[in-house]
Design a protein around this ligand. Structure first.
Ligand SMILES: C[S@@+](CC[C@H](N)C(=O)[O-])C[C@H]1O[C@@H](n2cnc3c(N)ncnc32)[C@H](O)[C@@H]1O
Length: 703
């Protein structure tokens, strides 16, 4: 076999790339925040009959929130006016001194070795976790199985409800027909919970308006309601004095803040959850709640508030949101918009360690010194300060004073920046309604056309919200929106990491990847030439389809996805810390796209014989310097593309080794997969080099 043939053979052996593509396509909705944003499900909460009785138990939580006083055993964290309630039954804060007293003895156990729980000196911040030792980026600080977890409704059929892994041949519970498991081992592991959940799910479905349609959204309660159900059943089983229960009881609650804002969306969500939970438990009278240790409506609201304040998004190893979970130890970590740690679910142990899943880990993102507080971000830190602050206030009831919120990055925050109007290569802050005057920080030229920029920002935000809503129900329309809006924002001069341009670029990338045509030529030919298709669709349609499955079309779409992914990566690298898991996943996604066999490569001039650039960063800027226009020569084709794929994946691996943990973790499931790809590409590049050397040696020497 000639070297060229060998090369082609290597390229063919990368057929497994189709699975890379499906892996890539799955990352359509990467979670940027660890804490869970809970949504209402259409679960007939309104149908619950609100009852008041003499015992004072009331199921209408909205009213309860404003009516009921603080439970007498609740210990305010700092001052009596504090809106924060922590540790009632756990009694771990001495009310008079405000000191943390670990009476239950559960915080400083093995989970927290080289870490400790302390009371924050900052007003209202409550407890937090501090480091007792130095840590390096990529170190695993905490590794636990959550106390409870539940898949979101859309993942119930595609993932195992015990180990939370994906599966193609999952087995459905015969009785409730809702949850699925890999096998009987997974089912047995979940049985102690599911035996309570199963009849509750059946009861819920039977009461749903169209109970015949088990897949309808009203037939299954939301993940939040199912998680809350699991908390109460487990609490009942283990006893109210067990450490497990006391850890849940010790979670921080914001019930009092809710009472001050009964009409806001967040309070409505609480009311809705409380209603739905009562119904899910099948309770007909309020006394029924007592068997779960809830003796007043205030207790119920406290439980829901603890849950919403301390719930995390359970994600796949590529950060796709899968559901919700609660871990009291990890929930002790306070927030910063510039965090030194992240929370991930790396699934690093593969099949062999499946029974330990889902494993939730806190990973150091930066060097951490002893006596430094461990801080993660509850929200998307690519957002500008005003949006971050609004989300934190609304959902977590505090004002963030982290370094990023107190001192805006100088000279310009890249989350709200635009290019100099005179293209001097400097940047300006984007204008705002309140502060329309802005100038280039380098040449001091003012931005004159502020209305155009303000309009672009406004329509960009509206389009983003609309496209996010449509991304699953009507992805084509969502893609149309992102395709139309991105050029408007870039021509207004916005910097790639500016909000909402970055968010639109990321959504656009994931929509393009999901819509990629099959890159398998065999499949494409089959679709074109199938007589059935020809008969049914008529010639005109076949021609249309032909173009949609032609290699040239596939190449165009692939290149478009690569350009979009490159633009997203360029934006993310401006605003996220090196090694942030979102950066690692986005880079891996780009590397995989670049490593896909080109369906219709451009004229391949010959192998890239340039020296290895393993340690240099690939050029991820498809933009012409100082402007928002894409470089028309990007992406490269042939061997240059293979080399770029190799460099991008090698760089992704380095970042994944931080974001998903070094050592045994090996960057989690995605990091391990990327390592295999890097090795394959290295071999391929080696074949190119050998081929070139052989060709050179066989050529007659010229004097
Ligand atoms: C998940 S809990 C964190 C642990 C909590 N401090 C405790 O004592 O249980 C989230 C709550 O902690 C408080 N918190 C977290 N980060 C904060 C910060 N940076 N500043 C002020 N309060 C914060 C807020 O009350 C927030 O709702």
């Amino acid at each position: 076999m000639s070297d060229f043939a060998k090369l082609k053979a290597t390229r063919k052996s990368r057929e497994a790339k189709k699975s890379y593509m499906s892996a890539v396509s799955n990352a359509t909705n990467v979670a940027l925040n660890n804490h869970c944003t809970l949504e209402r499900s259409d679960d007939q909460a309104e149908a619950i009959i609100l009852s008041n009785d003499d015992s004072g138990m009331q199921v209408d939580t909205a009213e309860a929130i404003s009516t009921y006083p603080i439970a007498s055993n609740a210990a305010p964290a700092s001052t009596p006016e504090s809106s924060v309630t922590i540790s009632d039954q756990a009694m771990d804060v001495d009310v008079s001194s405000g000191e943390l007293v670990d009476r239950a003895g559960f915080y400083n156990n093995a989970i927290l070795s080289n870490l400790e729980v302390r009371m924050s000196t900052e007003e209202g911040k409550g407890r937090g976790i501090w480091s007792k030792a130095p840590w390096r980026p990529g170190d695993v600080l905490i590794s636990v199985k959550p106390h409870v977890a539940a898949l979101s409704n859309q993942n119930l059929e595609t993932h195992c409800s015990s180990c939370f892994g994906p599966g193609e041949a999952l087995k459905r519970c015969q009785s409730c027909k809702v949850v699925h498991y890999c096998d009987s081992k997974c089912q047995n592991a979940d049985w102690s919970m599911h035996k309570h959940e199963c009849p509750a799910l059946k009861r819920w479905a039977a009461a749903a308006p169209s109970s015949s349609d088990a897949s309808s959204s009203v037939a299954v309660p939301s993940d939040a309601v199912r998680c809350l159900g699991r908390i109460l059943w487990r609490k009942q089983k283990l006893g109210h004095e067990s450490i497990w229960t006391r850890e849940i009881q010790a979670l921080q609650s914001h019930r009092i803040s809710l009472s001050k804002a009964v009409d806001d969306q967040h309070s409505q969500l609480h009311t809705h959850l409380a209603h739905a939970l009562v119904r899910y438990l099948g309770l007909t009278s309020p006394e029924g709640l007592a068997e779960y240790g809830l003796h007043s409506a205030a207790d119920l609201v406290d439980l829901v508030s603890r849950f919403t304040t301390n719930t995390f998004t359970l994600t796949s190893p590529n950060l796709t949101p899968l559901g919700a979970c609660v871990s009291p130890a990890i929930a002790l970590i306070n927030h910063s918009c510039d965090p030194n740690a992240v929370i991930v679910f790396p699934r690093a142990g593969g099949e062999a360690k499946k029974d330990e899943e889902p494993r939730m880990q806190v990973i150091a993102l930066k060097y951490i010194t002893p006596n430094e507080e461990i801080l993660t971000s509850y929200i998307d830190t690519t957002l500008p300060r005003t949006l971050r602050q609004a989300t934190l206030r609304e959902t977590y009831h505090f004002t963030c004073h982290c370094s990023l919120c107190s001192h805006s990055p100088r000279p310009v925050d890249h989350r709200e920046a635009m290019y100099c109007p005179r293209k001097c290569s400097g940047l300006c802050s984007v204008p705002t309604e309140e502060d329309p005057l802005t100038r280039c920080t380098k040449c001091k030229s003012p931005v004159k056309d502020t209305d155009t920029v303000l309009d672009a920002l406004r329509v960009g935000q509206e389009a983003l919200e609309k496209a996010e809503r449509l991304q699953f129900s009507d992805p084509k329309k969502a893609c149309q929106l992102t395709t139309n809006l991105i050029p408007i924002l870039t021509s207004a001069g916005l910097f790639p990491s500016t909000h909402p341009l970055l968010a639109l670029s990321r959504l656009h990338t994931s929509l393009l990847i999901t819509a990629l045509p099959s890159t398998n030529p065999a499949a494409a030919i089959e679709e074109i030439s199938s007589p059935q298709v020809q008969e049914q669709s008529g010639i005109a349609e076949v021609t249309e389809q032909e173009s949609a499955t032609s290699p040239t079309f596939a190449q165009q779409k692939l290149d478009e996805a690569i350009r979009a992914s490159t633009r997203s990566n360029a934006g993310l690298s401006e605003v996220l810390q090196y090694g942030h898991p979102v950066r690692g996943i986005a880079l891996a996604e780009l590397g995989k796209l670049l490593s896909v066999d080109e369906p219709a490569p451009k004229d391949v001039k010959g192998p890239d014989t340039s020296p290895s650039t393993e340690n240099t960063a690939p050029n991820l800027t498809p933009l012409l310097p100082g402007s928002a226009s894409p470089n028309p020569m990007y992406p490269p084709s042939g061997p240059q593309r293979v080399r770029l794929a190799y460099e991008t994946l090698a760089r992704a691996r380095n970042e994944l080794l931080i974001g998903f943990g070094r050592g045994k973790n090996e960057g989690g499931e995605v990091g391990q997969e990327v390592r295999h790809l890097v090795v394959e590409l290295e071999k391929e590049i080696g074949v190119w080099k050998t081929g070139i050397r052989n060709v050179m040696q066989s050529m007659p020497r010229t004097k």
